[in-house]
Ligand binder design. Structure first.
Ligand SMILES: NC(=O)c1ccc[n+]([C@@H]2O[C@H](COP(=O)([O-])OP(=O)(O)OC[C@H]3O[C@@H](n4cnc5c(N)ncnc54)[C@H](O)[C@@H]3O)[C@@H](O)[C@H]2O)c1
Length: 285
C-alpha cells in the first residue's frame, strides 16, 4: 500500500478549504494551490479561523491547533505540488478546466502519486483520460461542509487501479470519514438519488399547492427526514443544485433529473439559498 504523507489540494474554495482543514487535522502535510496569492491566503485564514473555533469549543488543544495550521502551505504554483503523494482537485465544476489541470498534474507529480477529483457530477473516467496514467486517477467525493459531513464516496473510474482506490479509501478513513466505494456512474450514489428526489419535492410545491414550510413539515414528520427538502436545497445552494441537476439530465436524459423551472428561475433571480440570504426562506446576516 502506498504511504500517503503529503496531500496537495487544488482549489481552496468551499470544498477544497474544508478538505485541506481535515487533512492537516489528521496529520498530513498539505500544499494548497489557488489561482491567486490573495485567494490562497484568504483560504488559509479561514482554515486557521475554523481551527481556532474548535479550540474555543474545547474540541482541539491549542498546541494541536498550531501544529495543524503549520502543516498547511499555500501556493499559486502547480510545481509546488511535485512532492505530493496524493492530489485532491476541487476547482470549478467544468470538464475543460479539470481535464487541463489533470493533464498538467500528471506531468508534475511523481509517477506513483495518486490523483483524485472531488467532482460531484462529471465523469471521473473522462477526467482521468486527460492524463497519460488514468490508472492512478479516482474520485474522492466529499460533501459540503467537508469537515462536518461524515461521508466520502470513493469512485472507481473505468481504468482506476486497485492500489489507487485502496489508497484513497485509506485516506478517507484516516480523515475520519465513512467510506463508501462505488463505480463511476452519473451522480455516484447519493446525488443520483438525492437530486431527482429534491426536484420532485420542488415540483410537488406547485402541484399540491403547499408552502415550503408545509412541505418541510410534511417530510420531516411524515417521512422522518432530519431536515425538510426546501431547507436542504437552500443549504446546498440553488445554483449548485441546478448545475448538478443539469449535468445529470445531460448524461441520463431522465426528465426527473432536469431542474424544475421554479428552481432555475430562483437561480436566475439570485435567490441562491442560505449563502445569498434568500432562497425558499430568508436568512439574517
Ligand atoms: N459545494 C458543494 O456543495 C460541493 C459538494 C461536493 C463536491 N463539490 C465539487 O467540488 C468542486 C469545488 O466546488 P466548490 O463548491 O468548492 O467551488 P468554489 O467555487 O467554492 O471553489 C473553487 C475554487 O477553485 C479555485 N480554482 C479554479 N481553478 C483553479 C485552478 N486551476 N487551480 C487552483 N484553484 C483553482 C477558485 O479560485 C475557487 O476558489 C467542484 O467540482 C464541485 O462540484 C462541491
Amino acid at each position: 500500500m502506498k504511504e500517503i504523507r503529503t496531500i496537495g489540494v487544488v482549489g481552496l474554495g468551499a470544498m477544497g478549504a474544508g478538505i485541506a482543514q481535515l487533512a492537516v487535522e489528521a496529520g498530513y502535510e498539505v500544499v494548497g494551490r489557488e489561482v491567486t496569492a490573495g485567494l490562497g491566503n484568504a483560504a488559509a485564514d479561514r482554515i486557521g479561523h475554523f481551527l481556532t473555533r474548535k479550540v474555543e469549543k474545547g474540541q482541539l488543544g491549542q498546541s494541536e491547533r498550531d501544529a495543524a495550521a503549520a502543516r498547511l502551505s499555500v501556493t499559486t504554483e502547480l510545481a509546488a505540488l511535485a512532492g505530493c503523494d496524493l492530489v485532491i482537485e476541487a476547482i470549478v465544476e467544468e470538464l475543460g478546466p479539470k481535464r487541463a489541470l489533470f493533464a498538467e498534474l500528471g506531468r508534475t507529480v511523481a509517477p506513483d502519486a495518486i490523483l483524485a477529483t472531488n467532482t460531484s457530477a462529471l465523469s471521473v473516467t473522462e477526467i482521468a483520460a486527460a492524463t497519460d496514467t488514468p490508472e492512478r486517477v479516482v474520485g474522492m467525493h466529499f460533501f459540503n461542509p467537508a469537515p462536518l459531513m461524515p461521508l466520502v464516496e470513493i469512485v472507481r473510474a473505468e481504468l482506476s487501479s486497485d492500489l489507487a482506490v485502496d489508497a484513497a479509501a485509506n485516506v478517507g478513513e484516516r480523515l475520519g470519514k465513512e467510506v463508501v466505494r462505488c463505480h463511476d456512474t452519473p451522480g455516484f450514489v447519493v446525488n443520483r438519488i438525492l437530486i431527482p428526489l429534491l426536484n420532485d419535492c420542488v415540483r410537488v410545491l406547485d402541484e399540491a399547492r403547499v408552502s415550503p414550510e408545509s412541505l418541510d413539515t410534511a417530510m420531516r414528520n411524515g417521512a422522518g427526514w432530519p431536515m425538510g427538502p426546501c431547507t436542504l436545497v437552500d443549504l446546498v445552494g440553488i445554483d449548485v443544485h441546478v448545475h448538478a441537476a443539469e449535468a445529470l439530465y445531460e448524461k441520463l436524459r431522465e426528465p426527473r433529473m432536469a431542474p424544475p423551472p421554479r428552481l432555475v428561475a430562483m437561480k436566475n433571480a439570485g435567490l441562491l439559498g442560505r449563502k445569498s440570504g434568500r432562497g425558499f426562506y430568508r436568512y439574517d446576516g
